[in-house]
Ligand binder design. Structure first.
Ligand code: PEP
Ligand code: MN
Length: 295
């Protein structure tokens, strides 16, 4: 391991990897994240209507997704853009869980909404804009639900793990946190964000928490999503968070990066050989998949 990482990250003792805690499994509803299965979370950026969500839920479940994503409370770059359906969106998510058995991940933006959203969600998403909202993170640590913590778009890995430590300090006992690399802001403009693929093996090496990749917000365009998903599988990610919409051109948010149903099915089929590479690498030893070698 790079000795620098040890010094940088070991102070976050509740989330850092130790001899006693190498790998933790996070349970969202009936789904285990960080175990042997590669867990795909998929669905629209925002819940727009019952029909849109239920249709999407059925398709992604049939294609192998285990968790349904969909924002009811939306943090938008523009204050004039659609801000989400709020409570109505949560009720639609609950209905989709009842009909498909998928677990639900949805974003929480404010500490005041934590208790309400915890009644409907199996996994509480912290978005890139909220990663350093410590009041929110502390409330989430005590809410009894696992947390999906997205990396801030200008945050270092040290800052991401510091935020995970804030949640873990507020959690009694075993911290249930999934880390998510969703692309960071760089000088590159060809993609919406730059997917920091090295973040996955670094985080898997220094932390016991599961790590997933969101190729949709990294890419910003749907044609790049499947190839970034493959890269995530090969470097040892524990799963994906992917945007899917019945008709992306009509989506109220993030249509350009949302996969159609056909694209999603194709992506899931095409992932299989890359998941086999991940399995083979795991059998060779955790360091090979986690850090690409012993150094
Ligand atoms: C989202 O998942 O729809 C979202 C808003 O993500 P991020 O916080 O990464 O921009
Ligand atoms: Mn989105």
């Amino acid at each position: 391991m790079n000795p620098k990482w040890n010094g940088q990250f070991s102070c976050f003792d509740l989330v850092a990897k130790t001899d006693d805690c190498v790998r933790s499994i996070v349970r969202a509803g009936n789904v285990e994240i960080g175990g042997d299965d590669f867990v795909v979370m998929a669905g629209p950026c925002a819940v727009e209507s019952e029909r849109q969500l239920l249709q999407t839920a059925e398709v992604v479940a049939a294609a192998g997704a285990r968790i349904l994503r969909g924002g009811a409370y939306k943090p938008r770059s523009s204050p004039y853009a659609f801000q989400g359906l709020g409570l109505e969106g949560l009720k639609i998510l609950r209905k989709a869980r009842e009909e498909t058995g998928l677990a639900i991940v949805t974003e929480v933006m404010s500490e005041e909404d934590v208790d309400l959203i915890a009644e409907y969600a199996d996994l509480m998403q912290v978005g890139t804009r909220s990663m350093e909202n410590y009041a929110l993170l502390e409330r989430l640590g005590g809410c009894g639900r696992p947390v999906l913590l997205k990396r801030g778009m200008t945050a270092t890995l040290e800052e991401l793990l510091r935020s995970a430590q804030v949640i873990a300090m507020a959690t009694r006992g075993n911290p249930q946190i999934v880390l998510c690399e969703r692309g960071i802001r760089t000088f590159e403009t060809a993609t919406r964000n730059t997917l920091d693929i090295a973040a996955v093996p670094v985080l898997k090496t220094v932390s016991h928490l599961p790590v997933i990749v969101d190729p949709s917000h990294a890419a910003g365009v749907r044609c790049l999503v499947p190839v970034l998903a493959r890269a995530a599988a090969v470097v040892g990610a524990d799963g994906l968070l992917v945007e899917v919409h019945p008709s992306p051109d009509q989506a109220m948010s993030d249509g350009a990066q949302s996969l159609t149903f056909r694209h999603f099915r194709d992506m899931m089929d095409d992932l299989q050989p890359y998941l086999a590479i991940q399995d083979a690498a795991r059998r060779l030893g955790p360091q090979l998949v986690a850090a690409g070698g012993s150094d």
